[in-house]
Design a protein around this ligand. Structure first.
Ligand code: PLP
Length: 398
């Protein structure tokens, strides 16, 4: 007899914690409560006008039909140019696949390379989706714990300790969500050597590439020699750099067999990414870049402010973010304390307390595999950040 139930696979997937917090914050706002939302991972800026106009032109000119599943050739060519210009990486358009967001690119790559129980290595704290995407691809997540003392960076030695005959891929995210960590060149070279020695793929998630602070330069691991380039798939997108989260365009570049597999898989799930968004992304990559720098400068200002405010709170410490738009402060000195009659045991309790009592939405570190911390996104206006930090300070200094 047929059993009406959802699959074990679907049952094992929790909702994204960042989305859960945002939904609760939205509900509170709908009830008229003034919540300061540090939960969301998207720029608060509007998509630049010249990009919106390109989309309008695309509609008017009839680019409203299916395109090749892995994207239009003009966009692939622009992506090839971008890699040459920014990353000293040479690809052909056949080595590029455009997807519905970088999340979709990573999902498809994992589907393309993982056989059951293949091991997928990444650092904790991790971006929430890596673990679920690895599992959905029948892979086995293997986590390298990192800590504030090492700037939340995986060391080659720590990676080598978990490499096994089942290791299929290592995901490296620089700049990182949730910690803002940036991998320096020396470390990338050492990790590249390791991948070449043991022959596993690298997925280089570089979606925050444009958001670097203190004059730092972004380096792609794929550019550290021919051997590493052959086994690396670089993932990037337009969401974070161009304030285009809703347009859903991400892309991957790497070995042709992997890219072809990504394209085949994509042809059976989403088909092409939205035709209109592809034209907008083409404009984003080939048009004026000055607004990217304007947004980056503003994020850096906010990073400085938010860090200075956490300096005022004795029970909080943090690693200064070097990139992206998140800060991941350690709040564990508050665990075991009683606030407003409630004992705070972990990051979930603290996030709950801040939301209910201070009307501030943050994401508990547990969602990223690191319970000592909470994540705040500073992709929110400075005035709101000020109000939010006043409230957090008051809530934690009682
Ligand atoms: N990778 C990381 C580390 C992210 O934080 C995100 C989005 O939050 C993505 C990938 C996916 O971005 P998108 O699918 O919007 O391109």
């Amino acid at each position: 007899m047929a059993i009406l139930s959802i699959s074990q696979r679907a049952k094992s997937v929790p909702a994204s914690a960042t989305m859960v917090i945002s939904t609760r914050a939205r509900q509170m706002r709908a009830e008229g409560i003034d919540v300061v939302d540090f939960g969301v991972g998207e720029p608060d800026f509007d998509t630049p006008n010249h990009i919106k106009e390109a989309a309008i032109v695309a509609i008017e000119e009839g680019f409203t039909k299916y395109t090749p599943a892995s994207g239009i050739n003009e966009l692939k060519t622009a992506i090839v140019e971008k890699f040459k210009r920014d990353n000293e990486l040479e690809y052909t358009p056949a080595q590029v696949a455009v997807s519905c967001g970088a999340k979709h690119s990573i999902y498809n790559i994992l589907q393309a390379v993982c056989d059951p129980d293949d091991e997928v290595i990444f650092a904790a704290p991790y971006w929430v989706s890596y673990i679920e995407m690895a599992k959905l691809a029948s892979g086995k997540p293997v986590i390298v714990e990192t800590h504030p003392e090492e700037n939340f960076c995986m060391s080659p030695e720590a990676i080598e300790k978990v490499v096994s005959s089942k290791t299929k891929v290592l995901i490296i995210n620089t700049p990182s969500n949730p910690t803002g960590t940036v991998y320096d060149l020396e470390r990338l070279k050492a990790i590249a050597e390791l991948a070449v020695k043991h022959q596993f793929y690298i997925i280089a998630d570089e979606v925050y590439e444009e958001l670097m602070y203190d004059g730092r330069k972004h380096y792609s691991i794929a550019a550290q020699g021919d051997e590493i380039k052959k086994i690396t798939i670089v993932v990037n997108g337009v969401s974070k750099a161009y304030a285009m989260t809703g347009w859903r365009i991400g892309y991957a570049a790497g070995p042709e067999d992997v890219i072809n597999a990504v394209a085949r898989i994509q042809s059976h799930n989403t088909s092409n990414p939205t035709s209109i968004s592809q034209h907008a992304a083409l404009q984003a990559l080939t048009g004026p870049q000055d607004e990217v720098e304007t947004m980056r400068t503003e994020f850096e200002k906010r990073r400085d402010y938010i860090a200075s405010r956490f300096d005022e709170i004795e029970t909080v410490s943090y690693v200064r973010p070097q990139g992206a738009f998140y800060i991941f402060p350690d709040v564990s000195a508050n665990y075991g304390k009683i606030f407003k009659g409630k004992r705070i045991e972990n990051s979930m309790d603290l996030a709950d307390y801040l939301l209910k009592e201070a009307q501030v939405a943050v994401v508990p570190g547990a969602a990223f595999g690191y319970d000592n911390c909470i994540r705040l996104s500073f992709a929110t206006a400075l005035e709101r950040i000020k109000i939010g930090l006043d409230r957090i300070k008051q809530a934690l200094c009682m």
